[in-house]
Design a protein around this ligand. Sequence first.
Ligand code: G1P
Ligand code: ZN
Length: 546
Amino acid sequence: MNIKEINTKPFDDQRPGTSGLRKQVTVFQQPHYLENFVQSIFDCLEEKTGRTLVLGGDGRYYNRTAIQTILKMAAANGFGKVLVGAGGLLSTPAVSAVIRHHEAFGGIILSASHNPGGPDGDFGIKYNISNGGPAPEKLTEAIYARTCELSHYRVLQADDLELDQLGEQSLGNMTVEVIDPVKDYAELMTHLFDFGRIKALFDSGLFQMVFDAMHAITGPYAKEILENQLGAAAGTVINGEPLEDFGGGHPDPNLAHATELVERLNQSGPHAPNFGAASDGDGDRNMVLGRRFFVTPSDSLAILAANVHRLPGYPQGLAGVARSMPTSMAVDRVAERLGVDCYETPTGWKFFGNLLDNRKINLCGEESFGTGSDHVREKDGLWAVLFWLNLIAMRQQSVEDIVREHWCLYGRNYYTRHDYEAVEQDSADSLMKNLRAKITELAGQSFGEYEVQLADDFQYTDPVDKSVSEQQGIRILFTNGARIVYRLSGTGTQGATLRVYIERFEPEASLHDLDTQATLAQLIKMADEIAGIKQFTGRDAPTVIT
Ligand code: G1P
Ligand code: ZN
């Protein structure tokens, strides 16, 4: 074996964010940049010799190059085997499923999720541990510390491997097995949902769906499961071929970016689709649409929680649920009625891992188009879509009727998120600092009908390992159930992104048809006044509203 030790110097910008290390492709293309980070991951893993790693990515530009490098470094660092998705492809939830199914030591996912791809786009890398979930903060911080002191990395001198044919090959003393990226994941889905019932729904000829894969990783998964296994009409999956630049699009499943899907669902007439869905770059996000009807991710989580007992894969029903702090409080009401615990965690999937592993919860989600369950340790886009399909098939109701019934029973949480993207980092930091200084004086203050019940900088103590995460966002809760939350994004690659989350609760069914932005207008104005958004950012309006 010809292993080379390459001398290197630390980069000072390799601290993982909300979900791994995300940078522009051009940053990753600097000599040693990727290698330094990978070596730092490996250096922080104990007892890895001879163990199995899972490797794959969302197929974006630089995926193939990075896969070859990581394979040679894994061989030089003593791993026994790497399971790699054919063509270097694996969705994020599929990596999680493969790690768990094969009881692997861990996995490396190459993705910048919903960020645009291509030579001028973004790239990313993150490590997942043996439960299939993102590395906890303790490990990501250790990896970061290692990047700050790294002086060399190890790489096997070898030719690139052929990754398009399934099967095993050797790389130094290590085995590389190229696996079907879809198989394990698709198999897992058959145990969770009533495929027979969903198939009958499609076979009835009365139900049509459109799934927008946004030229990202979910295309092959959706085609296999929806069209081949469940009998959805050919052409149900649109933009199904993964492309290195996502066809020039922004692979983020929301109303702003999944425009083709939204247009299709806005059609009228007998052939208009009944159900629409989309997933993001790496397949962990989802958006769900009915005919001319948008389901907010927070409502989707609440509705899944209220219905999980109906599915074959969850005979115990809802064991407990968790949501990230900025996610609307709609699911809290479901948990309360069912008498199960509802946990409020910081933003990012890594905080759900301990709760899932210790069976404190079996369902969790975030307002950022993410929902998931204990079947893997990542959020899972296609899983959420299958859940909705199963629900529609069982209840024989439209998406809109299911949501409206839910609101009638539980009340409606009007909810919006306003993003101010690419703000100057210093201005964003000053805004947050100023807000933090104001927290104590806010308590008890009134703004018209809104009286502040609690204002704090969210802090989370993990109930399992007792680790503490501080400064996870400023939240202002009002006595009538309304709320404003401010935090800075941990996934952006340019400047800072300020996220402002606003919600209010409406119990009255006759008031469930209001326009979201209009009914939240007063709170939106207050959010600006309290934080001085215009003053600090110089912006008159958010860049994106979801
Ligand atoms: C964003 C979302 C967060 C999600 C993460 C990864 O992180 O807000 O909920 O877990 O992407 O998909 P942020 O940019 O806000 O740090
Ligand atoms: Zn994603």
